[in-house]
Ligand binder design. Structure first.
Ligand code: HEC
Ligand code: HEC
Ligand code: HEC
Ligand code: HEC
Ligand code: HEC
Ligand code: HEC
Length: 437
C-alpha cells in the first residue's frame, strides 16, 4: 500500500536521524577522550586523569613557586624531566635532594652546582604522590607550550611576557577549552537536525501532494493524505507538557547553581590601582623582598599594604620627576593615604592567618598569590574558596620535624594509616571550627 510506503519513508528518516545523532555523539566523546588521553602512556583514561589531576594540585601547591613546565623559574623547567632522570632517582630527589647532594650522587651534584647551590626543599611525599606529580608533569609536557589550556604554562606565560593579564593559570581554563569544543559539536548537531527536519517536511509534502493527484487510493490512504498536522494536539499532550516542564526546570536549576557557586569567587580579579605601581619592577627586577613592604606578613594575621612613607625610603631620591611618583608626594603633602584598591577579600565568616602559613607552615607567597614578581598589576591568582583551602590542607604534609609536640600524634597516625602522609588535615586542619568561629 502507498501509505505503507510513506510510513516507511518516515521511519527511514527517523532511523537516519537517530544514526547521525549517535554517530555525532560518539564522535564527540571519542575526541574528548583523545584530548584527555594526550600525553598519557598507559592505563585507562579516567584513572590516569585522576592521578594527573591529583598531581597537578600537589604541583601547584608545592612546586609551582619554583618550577614551571616550559621555562626556568627558580629551579629548572620540568618539561620531559623523566627523559633526563630515572624514576627512582626522581623519587629520592624530590623527597630529599640535599641528602643526595651530600652523598655525592653525580647527577645531583651537577644540578646543584648548575643552580648556584640553591637547595630545593624536601617533601615528605609517598611514592604515589610523587608519581602523580610526575604524571602531571608528563601530561603537561606533552601539551603544546602555546596552548592556553595548559595550566602550567598558562601561568608562566605571564612570566614570559611580563604582562599583567591573569594568564589563564587556572585549571578552569583547561576545562573551558574542552567545554567550548563540545559546544561547537553540539551547535553543529543542532543545525544538522534542523536541516534534516526541514528536508523531511518538504519530502512529506511533495509525497502527499503527489498522492492527492492519484485516483486509485483506498480509504486509509485518503485519510493519511488528508491528515492535517494539529499543533494544539501537540501542546495539549500531557507527555509534551511534562517534558517541556522538565527541561525548563533543569535549565533554571543549572543557572541558579552556577550563580550561587560563582558568587564571591573573584579569581583573576585585577582592579586598576591609583598609582601605576609594578610588582614586576620592584619585587622582580629590583628583587626587593616582599616583607620589605608587607612588613607584617610573617608576624600577624594580615599582610599590611605599605604606607607612602615606605615608598619614600627610595623615591625621595629615585624618579622624583615621574608623574606617578608625584602622586606619592601629593598624598604625603595632603596627609591622605593612597587609596589602593583591595584585590583579595575573604568574607568575614572565614578566618585566615598569614603568619600561620608563611612563618609556621613555610609556604611561599607564590603558592597562593602566583607569580607576583612578574605582575605589573596584581591580580587574584587563586580562587580563595573553601574548597581551595581544604584541598591544600588535605594534601600538604605538616612540617613536624624537630617538634616534640607532634611525635606521638605522628606515631598514632602512621599506625592507623600506613604510608599516608601526616597532613594539615590529619592534625584537624579541615575541622569547621579552625576556620569558622
Ligand atoms: C624553593 C624552590 C623549589 C621548590 C619549592 C621545588 N623545587 Fe625542584 N628544584 C629547585 C632547584 C633550585 C632545582 C635545581 C637543583 C638545585 O639547585 O638543587 C630543582 C630541581 C628539581 C628537579 C630536577 C630537574 C632537572 O632538570 O634535572 C626536579 C625533578 C624537581 N626539582 C622537582 C620538584 C618538585 C616535584 C617539586 C614540588 C614537589 C619541587 N621541585 C619544588 C627548586 C625548588
Ligand atoms: C616596594 C613595595 C612592595 C614590594 C617589595 C612588594 N609589594 Fe606587594 N604590594 C605593594 C603595594 C603598594 C600594594 C598595593 C597595590 C597593588 O595592589 O598593586 C601591594 C599589593 C600586593 C598584593 C595584593 C593585596 C590585595 O589588595 O589583596 C599582594 C598579594 C602582594 N602585594 C604580594 C606581594 C608579594 C608576594 C611580594 C614579593 C614577591 C610583594 N607583594 C612585594 C607593595 C609591595
Ligand atoms: C627599595 C626601593 C624602593 C621602594 C621602597 C619603592 N620603590 Fe618604586 N621604584 C624603585 C626603583 C629602583 C624603580 C625603578 C626606577 C627606574 O626604572 O629608573 C622604581 C619605580 C617606581 C615607579 C615607576 C616610575 C616611572 O615612572 O617609571 C613607580 C610608580 C613606583 N616605583 C612606585 C612606588 C610606590 C608606590 C612605592 C611604595 C609602595 C615604591 N615605589 C617603593 C625603588 C623603590
Ligand atoms: C596559604 C595561602 C597564602 C600565602 C602562603 C600567602 N597569602 Fe597573602 N593572602 C592569602 C589570602 C587568603 C588573602 C586574603 C585574606 C583576607 O581577605 O582576609 C591574602 C591577602 C594578602 C594581602 C592583602 C592584605 C590582607 O592581609 O588581606 C597581601 C598584601 C598579601 N596577602 C601578601 C602576601 C605575602 C607578601 C605573602 C608571602 C610572604 C603571602 N601573602 C602569602 C593567602 C596567602
Ligand atoms: C598552599 C596550601 C594552603 C592553603 C591554600 C591554605 N592553607 Fe591553611 N594551612 C596550610 C598549612 C601547611 C598549615 C599548617 C601550618 C603549621 O601549623 O605548620 C595550615 C594551617 C591552617 C590553619 C591552622 C590549622 C590548625 O590545625 O591549627 C588554619 C585555620 C588555616 N590553615 C586556614 C586556612 C584558610 C582559611 C585557607 C583559605 C583561605 C587556607 N588555610 C589555605 C596550608 C594551606
Ligand atoms: C580551611 C578552612 C576552612 C574549613 C576547615 C572550613 N571552611 Fe567553610 N569556608 C572557608 C572559607 C575560606 C570560606 C569563604 C570562601 C567562599 O565563600 O567560598 C568558607 C565559607 C563557608 C560557608 C559559606 C558559604 C557561602 O557561600 O557563603 C559555609 C556555610 C561554610 N564555609 C561551612 C563550613 C563547614 C560546615 C565546615 C566544616 C565541615 C567548614 N566550612 C570548614 C574555609 C573553611
Amino acid at each position: 500500500m502507498i501509505s505503507c510506503k510513506i510510513k516507511s519513508t518516515y521511519s527511514f528518516f527517523f532511523f537516519l536521524l537517530f544514526f547521525l545523532f549517535t554517530a555525532f555523539s560518539s564522535f564527540a566523546q571519542g575526541e574528548q577522550a583523545s584530548i584527555a588521553q594526550d600525553g598519557l602512556t598507559a592505563g585507562t583514561a579516567t584513572g590516569d586523569d585522576a592521578v594527573a589531576a591529583a598531581g597537578e594540585t600537589l604541583f601547584k601547591n608545592n612546586c609551582s613557586s619554583c618550577h614551571a613546565i616550559g621555562e626556568k623559574v627558580v629551579g629548572p623547567a620540568l618539561r620531559d624531566v623523566q627523559k633526563r632522570h630515572k624514576l627512582p632517582w626522581l623519587i629520592s630527589w624530590i623527597r630529599n635532594s640535599s641528602q643526595m647532594v651530600q652523598k655525592g650522587d653525580k647527577e645531583a651534584v651537577a644540578l646543584f652546582n648548575e643552580y648556584d647551590k640553591q637547595q630545593m626543599p624536601s617533601f615528605a611525599f609517598s611514592d604515589d604522590q610523587i608519581t602523580s606529580i610526575l604524571k602531571y608533569i608528563e601530561k603537561a609536557s606533552a601539551a603544546p607550550a602555546a596552548l592556553p589550556a595548559d595550566p602550567a604554562t598558562g601561568g608562566s606565560g605571564v612570566a614570559q611576557g611580563g604582562t599583567d593579564g591573569p594568564g589563564g593559570g587556572t585549571a578552569a581554563a583547561g576545562a573551558g577549552a574542552a567545554g567550548k569544543y563540545l559546544d561547537y559539536v553540539l551547535i553543529a548537531l543542532i543545525v544538522v537536525l534542523i536541516v534534516m527536519v526541514i528536508t523531511l517536511l518538504i519530502i512529506a509534502n511533495i509525497l502527499s501532494g503527489y498522492l492527492r493527484g492519484k485516483k486509485d487510493l483506498d480509504g486509509r490512504d485518503i485519510e493519511l493524505v488528508d491528515q492535517r498536522f494539529d499543533f494544539s494536539k501537540v501542546y495539549k499532550s500531557r507527555a509534551v507538557q511534562v517534558i517541556v516542564g522538565l527541561i525548563f526546570t533543569v535549565i533554571v536549576l543549572d543557572a541558579a547553581i552556577e550563580e550561587t557557586y560563582g558568587v564571591g569567587i573573584q579569581q583573576g580579579y585585577q582592579p586598576t590601582q591609583p598609582i601605576a605601581f609594578s610588582h614586576a619592577q620592584h619585587a622582580g627586577q629590583h628583587e626587593i623582598n616582599c616583607n620589605y613592604c608587607h612588613t607584617s606578613v610573617y608576624k600577624s594575621k594580615n599582610a599590611n599594604i605599605p604606607s607612602a612613607n615606605i615608598c619614600m625610603n627610595c623615591h625621595s631620591q629615585i624618579k622624583k620627576e615621574s608623574p606617578e611618583i608625584q602622586k606619592i608626594y601629593r598624598a604625603i603633602e595632603n596627609n591622605k593615604p593612597i587609596e589602593w584598591v583591595r584585590v583579595h577579600n575573604l568574607p568575614d565568616l572565614a578566618y585566615f592567618n598569614h603568619s600561620q602559613h608563611t612563618q609556621v607552615g613555610k609556604i611561599e607567597c607564590q603558592t597562593c598569590h602566583g607569580p607576583i614578581q612578574t605582575m605589573n598589576v596584581v591580580y587574584q591568582y587563586s580562587p580563595l574558596t573553601m574548597g581551595w583551602c581544604i584541598n591544600c590542607h588535605r594534601e600538604t604534609p605538616l612540617n613536624t620535624e624537630g617538634n616534640k609536640y607532634y611525635d606521638n600524634l605522628v606515631k598514632l597516625h602512621d599506625q592507623a594509616n600506613k604510608g599516608a602522609a601526616f597532613t594539615v588535615s590529619s592534625n584537624g586542619g579541615t575541622e569547621c571550627s579552625k576556620c569558622h568561629y
